[in-house]
Design a protein around this ligand. Structure first.
Ligand code: AMP
Length: 460
């Protein structure tokens, strides 16, 4: 199918052609006609599938077909709610590109930056607003935004907004937009919570599901390395050096962990920046810009901060620590293998994370191949005995949120000690060790890449 067949106007077609899009992605092919029929939509789409254009293009089509007179001040017709500032900026950039030849004004509003410039742009009049819930509520309570004429409401990455505790804010916002609006809800997964949300906010929605919930992009090859907690840092640096990776997105579970890892990498001649909720918006934007332009090699991110990272051809995603919420694994590795490109996702897994790995494999119905790196990896994982911390699995979501938002990291003396150990020493040790292992077949300096469970992810 071509974009022309979707019935979009020539100015939109021209803009998307300039973006290099030749044909609609699956979600676009399925969602755009339904939105153009003025139906509410409940869409399950993995990140990286082209979902932003799937909801944006038909909205632009509607809005451009009813342009307001030049002398008339624009008013908000479309409100797009997103979970994070990064995603807000990403959606904003996309809309700017797609509406290049239309006379529509777009504003993006999120916290962590001054509110006054946002007020000024709203005062001038805009057609589309992309907002994170918290700052939108600030504007609503200060009466600096008028949502009374909103025709289109989009809840993007709704599952994530629920995870981040935005449900009350979302309800407040929905209460302020007209009932006769058209509502589109996008989520990576169709959980019961999402279905509940859809029942209360959407009217007879059409459903679109391009990839089964919690399935992984086939474009991404996955592998795990079994490794002790202490060796993770040096294994990561070793892989980046020897494999000559130039653009690597690394996930940690805590903000402090992200900072420490980034410092370690910089000390070992691997340029890196950390991005997480404690960083100012300016620092986050700079880090993303430097990473996109390859000024730095590694971006170390926590889950929440990584939302909205969209880099074409991002080749490597590393889970330095596995997420304790298995759905986050799907989100994380969806950062690579986007829009038809191939990518690689590696996870460094230690004993304490054996259960997380099991949960991920169960959720995604895959067996992730295990890859060895001589001198660094261990042959198997030993699941630690359950403690009171690991017993309560129902509190997993909360603990994941806490990791990002407020907890102090647990300080493990052994881990701290090994952090100080110079990476060069580790490599020297590795080389010595390797020389001794004369029986091993391949003695060049590249990793062996042995797979023990199989050659690729396969259905169980
Ligand atoms: P999204 O899922 O909206 O984050 O989009 C992921 C990536 O796919 C972005 O880099 C888009 O620019 C790109 N993209 C969206 N639609 C298309 C298309 N029809 N053809 C090629 N790339 C696309």
């Amino acid at each position: 199918m071509s974009f022309t067949k979707l019935g979009l106007n020539p100015n939109i077609l021209k803009a998307i052609e300039e973006q290099g899009y030749t044909k609609p992605t699956l979600i676009q092919e399925q969602a755009i006609p339904k939105v153009l029929e003025k139906k509410d939509l409940l869409a399950a789409a993995q990140t990286g599938t082209g979902k932003t254009a799937a909801f944006t293009l038909p909205l632009l089509e509607f809005m451009s077909s009813k342009p307001h007179k030049k002398e008339q001040k624009a008013y908000i017709k479309a409100l797009i709610l997103v979970p994070t500032r990064e995603l807000a900026l990403q959606v904003f950039e996309n809309i700017q590109a797609y509406s290049k030849y239309l006379h529509l004004k777009t504003a993006v509003i999120f916290g962590g930056v001054g509110i006054n410039p946002q007020k000024a742009s709203l005062r001038k009049g805009v057609d589309i607003v992309i907002a994170t819930p918290g700052r939108l509520i600030d504007h609503m309570s200060q009466n600096t935004i008028d949502l009374s004429r909103v025709d289109f409401l989009v809840l993007d990455e709704a599952d994530r907004m629920l995870d981040m505790g935005f449900i009350h804010d979302i309800k407040k916002v929905v209460a302020k937009v007209p009932n006769h609006r058209q509502t589109l809800l996008f989520s990576a997964t169709f959980s019961d919570e999402i279905k509940k949300l859809s029942n209360s906010f959407l009217t007879n929605p059409q459903t679109v599901e391009v990839a089964r919930s919690n399935t992984l992009s086939e474009q991404v090859s996955q592998a795990v390395h079994y490794v002790t907690k202490e060796k993770k840092k040096s294994l990561l640096a070793f892989l980046i050096h020897t494999q000559e990776w130039n653009q690597v997105l690394v996930f940690t579970r805590t903000k402090h962990g992200a900072n420490r890892l980034s410092e370690f990498l910089n000390k070992n001649n691997i340029s890196s920046l950390a991005i997480h909720g404690n960083k100012s918006q300016g620092a986050r934007t700079t880090a993303l810009k430097d990473f996109k332009s390859k000024k730095i090699r590694v971006l170390v991110a926590t889950d929440i901060a990584a939302r909205g990272i969209d880099i074409e051809l991002l080749p490597h995603v590393i889970n330095y620590e596995l997420p304790n919420v298995p759905e986050d694994y799907v989100h994380r590795i969806g950062r690579t293998g986007r829009a038809g490109n191939v990518g690689e996702a590696l996870s460094l897994v230690c004993d304490e994370e054996a259960q997380f790995l099991e949960d991920i494999e169960k959720l995604t119905k895959t067996t992730i191949p295990v890859r060895d790196v001589e001198g660094f990896t261990i042959s198997s994982l030993k699941k630690p005995k359950k403690t009171s911390n690991t017993k309560n699995r129902s509190s997993k979501r909360n603990s994941s949120k806490t990791n990002e938002r407020r907890t102090k990291p647990t300080t493990n003396k052994k881990a701290k000690h090994s952090e100080k150990k110079d990476f060069k020493k580790e490599v020297e040790e590795f080389i010595d060790n390797r020389k001794r292992q004369t029986s091993k077949r391949n003695s060049n300096r590249k990793i062996t890449g042995n797979y023990r469970k199989g050659q690729g992810s396969k259905s169980k």
